[in-house]
Ligand binder design. Structure first.
Ligand SMILES: Cc1cc2nc3c(=O)[nH]c(=O)nc-3n(C[C@H](O)[C@H](O)[C@H](O)COP(=O)(O)OP(=O)(O)OC[C@H]3O[C@@H](n4cnc5c(N)ncnc54)[C@H](O)[C@@H]3O)c2cc1C
Length: 320
């Protein structure tokens, strides 16, 4: 029963959903052993982690940790892991999570397996990890007395134990070298305010939308459904939407209840980002588009007729 340390990322006083999934993976590996959670600077979020399987919570407080600095975070995680004797370090398999965990592994020359959906045992640890943008599940073994893994987003169910955990705060040691790479500015995306990664409904447009202005019916339907607007890479490359809206292997990975894909062919790299959707509705002129193989529902037709028709029907039913 190895001791496990889980790096829990937070936003505005709450643990990120993907971090709670990492905590569940950590508990899986610990198999009854201690599950330590590490939170950087967010004592409010830390207090709730006992209810999700943490047996002990550590909060690192340091003025320099307010802005995202991956090397600094890696040092805090490595030092915390050493002090609690953690044999396994787990974190969320997000861009930020993997960026930090790769540094943890590199600093101490530890093996790192990113984007795992299951893990058990130690030296060797057996993992199932997501490869090729989620289109391949690979069974692998990790050798080492201390290993680092990240949880593939939305592949591990959150563990609501309802328990409680002791929370302790510590001041980590950091120096200037740890802060060379850091966020110095943030530019808010020009979006509706609904987060693509967390939205329950996402309406996306692809090359079939034809232009920036062509997104009007996509936005109209998204507005009616309280949905986030997404897009394919063909769209971001054309400059019609910002990269923050891109769904896919090199964009955001989403797991909404409903994904509506209009004018999107369904390339492997796109589907890698939306395979977690509970239901996919494809709207496409081509009944042989690859997305038809993944879609739960399909409307074969011109999106400029189909999307307005759906919106009109929603308005009619709502009496608006
Ligand atoms: C390393 C790498 C990473 C990548 N990462 C991503 C990624 O993260 N996300 C991503 O999306 N792609 C990614 N791609 C690109 C991917 O391979 C595809 O090129 C891209 O997804 C295609 O976008 P699309 O479906 O919008 O365009 P297309 O493949 O051109 O499809 C357009 C679709 O619209 C339909 N259509 C046209 N007009 C209409 C209309 N009026 N009404 C209805 N349907 C219509 C067509 O029938 C067609 O099926 C990546 C590629 C590589 C090599």
């Amino acid at each position: 029963m190895p001791a496990v340390l889980v790096y829990v990322t937070t936003s505005d006083g709450a643990a990120d959903e993907v971090a709670l999934q990492a905590l569940a993976l950590g508990a899986q590996v610990a198999a009854g052993g201690p599950v330590h959670a590490l939170v950087i600077g967010d004592a409010v979020a830390a207090a709730s982690l006992g209810a999700y399987g943490a047996s002990q919570v550590h909060v690192a407080e340091h003025a320099s940790l307010a802005a995202f600095a991956p090397d600094a975070r890696a040092r805090v995680i490595a030092d915390c892991a050493a002090s609690v004797g953690a044999a396994v370090i787990v974190g969320p398999g997000t861009e930020g999570g993997n960026t930090v965990l790769a540094r943890v592994a590199a600093r101490a020359d530890l093996p790192f397996s990113a984007n795992c959906s299951s893990a058990s045992g130690l030296n060797p640890m057996s993992v199932t990890r997501s490869r090729w943008g989620g289109s391949l599940a690979e069974a692998a073994r990790l050798h080492g007395d201390r290993v680092v893994i990240s949880a593939a987003p939305h592949t591990v169910a959150i563990n609501q134990t309802g328990g409680s955990a002791a929370v302790s705060t510590f001041a980590p040691a950091l120096d200037d070298a740890d802060l060379v790479v850091r966020v110095v500015d943030k530019v808010a995306p020009a979006a509706s305010g609904i987060s693509l990664a967390e939205a329950k409904v996402v309406v996306s447009g692809g090359r079939g939308v034809g232009s920036e202005a062509g997104f009007a019916p996509v936005e109209d339907l998204a507005g009616l459904l309280g949905a986030a607007v997404g897009c394919s890479r063909a769209v971001t490359i054309a400059g019609w939407r910002s990269h923050t809206a891109q769904v896919g292997q090199t964009g955001t990975k989403i797991a909404p209840d409903l994904y509506i894909a209009a004018g999107i062919s369904g390339a492997t790299q796109h589907m890698a980002g939306c395979r977690g959707a509970k239901k996919i509705l494809a709207i496409n002129k081509d009944n042989e588009a690859p997305i038809m193989g993944d879609a739960d529902y399909a409307v074969i037709g011109d999106l400029f007729e189909v999307l307005p028709a759906i919106s009109a029907e929603i308005r009619r039913v709502r009496g608006a």
